[in-house]
Design a protein around this ligand. Sequence first.
Ligand code: HEM
Length: 122
Amino acid sequence: MLHMHVTSWILGIILLLVAFFLYKQGNEKGAKIVHMILRLMYLFIIFTGGYLLFDVYLANFQMPLGAEAITKGLAGIWLIGAMEMVLTKTKKGKPATSAWVQFAIAFILVLVLGYIRLPLSF
Ligand code: HEM
């Protein structure tokens, strides 16, 4: 499940960048398709992350790891929100700086909690 989680978020970041540059180039049709695939990927990320959260941390709740895992999940949801905000703002031709700032903060939180604090890895 961890493998699927990592695969889906890496694919998600790649799809975000591809959709972003397609919108920037004015390739509305191509960007829309990639954006739809990215939305499907959000579901995979949330399902695999949610499964890990319940299976590993909430089923046998222990502090402080349980709280850190919940924070990791919330930061992951925030990151997905920021990714979606980046694309909708870019699509409308509006500046996406605030969305990119949120993306950067949430991404750092997720990486620090996922790789440095929480114990699972492969
Ligand atoms: C785009 C969004 C997300 C990104 C980039 C992301 C990234 C990561 C990373 C880097 C790890 C560590 C992998 C490893 O140690 O090998 C991880 C693990 C994990 N993620 Fe996510 N994640 C995201 C969304 C979510 C969501 C939405 C949830 C919960 C609903 C979640 C829950 C978890 C859990 C419980 C773990 C296991 C923690 C551990 O022990 O290492 N993630 N994720």
